[in-house]
Design a protein around this ligand. Sequence first.
Ligand SMILES: C=C1C[C@]23C[C@@]1(O)CC[C@H]2[C@@]12CC[C@H](O)[C@@](C)(C(=O)O1)[C@H]2[C@@H]3C(=O)O
Ligand SMILES: O=C(O)CCC(=O)C(=O)O
Ligand SMILES: [Fe+2]
Length: 340
Amino acid sequence: MVVHSQSAALDHCSLIKTCKPTTSVFKGIPVVDLRDPEAKTLIVKACEEYGFFKLVNHGVPMEFFTRLEAEALKFFNLPQSDKDKAGPPDPFGYGLKKIGSNGDVGWVEYLLLNTNPQITSLKSLTVFRETPEIFRSSAVNDYIQAVKRMTFEVVELMADGLKIEPRDALSRLLRDEKSDSCFRLNHYPPCPELQALGGRNLIGFGEHTDPQIISVLRSNNTSGLQICLRDKTWVSVPPDQTSFFINVGDALQVMTNGRLRSVRHRVLAESMRSRVSMIYFGGPPLSEKIAPLASLMAKGEESLYEEFTWWEYKTSAYKSRLGAYRLGHFEKKTGGAAGQ
Ligand SMILES: C=C1C[C@]23C[C@@]1(O)CC[C@H]2[C@@]12CC[C@H](O)[C@@](C)(C(=O)O1)[C@H]2[C@@H]3C(=O)O
Ligand SMILES: O=C(O)CCC(=O)C(=O)O
Ligand SMILES: [Fe+2]
């Protein structure tokens, strides 16, 4: 639904969608302790049931979070004209409200970066030059390196839990120097005018699944993140600035032939507090064939999906609207109930 502004003050968010307030807080969020000997089993269980879990005792020092968050806020607090020098995102760079290039908008500003220096686009280089503080400091790089290392461990545990052989079948795709991964810093400013919306919530980042293999999110202590459960209800994820929240992406759903499900999620804006989040999206190299892993398939089990490369999936995803069910296009017509 489009907001019909109730005052002039609301004009600047008049194209952004609202939704009914959700009161239910996700109390049963699966929590995985990376040091727990049972971690591999718990990761698989959480990803089968929710495509989502919270990770604690992850070993990434809090200092990495606080440094990057401070640098991010310094950047987002710059005058608009300075931030605009790092945009528009195509797809990398600074973006304000527009998400992707197919008409999606949200109450958010962001920096989208490539994590692979070898294929750093000209746009990213411009970002480096135009926003010296955040990119001259080592905060972004240090954070990404630490989160990548931890993510490799998580997907290796996942492979162990799923009895995938070899155990680096997933992590090698993320470790590959041509891995098509990216990193996003999101800033959701407070929206005091929300109170005039009669209790409705403003969409910060509309509902979607992440196309990649895995997404690793960390935010400050502001709520807003919600996930969609199997019964289609939306629940709020209580924020925890010391932990990571891990999402199964579409590519992992396909590689496990639907056993792990990519999770639909969204972010709602708050009226009083600003939310800062940082997300590493781990993707495979562009040329990688995305198909169910042989060691996971039962005898005679057939793939639910047509064969495609990550490049083909990504190209199709980037032509789609944020909320689209992107995997639908790649499901085998006779393949059974993979859909949503
Ligand atoms: C509307 C879009 C934004 C997006 C590209 C897309 O066309 C559909 C997928 C979107 C998404 C969601 C997860 C990540 O935030 C993202 C970077 C990605 O890989 O897919 C975004 C894309 C984007 O913001 O460009
Ligand atoms: O900002 C967040 O907390 C989540 C955003 C998100 O889902 C995304 O950028 O893909
Ligand atoms: Fe997402």
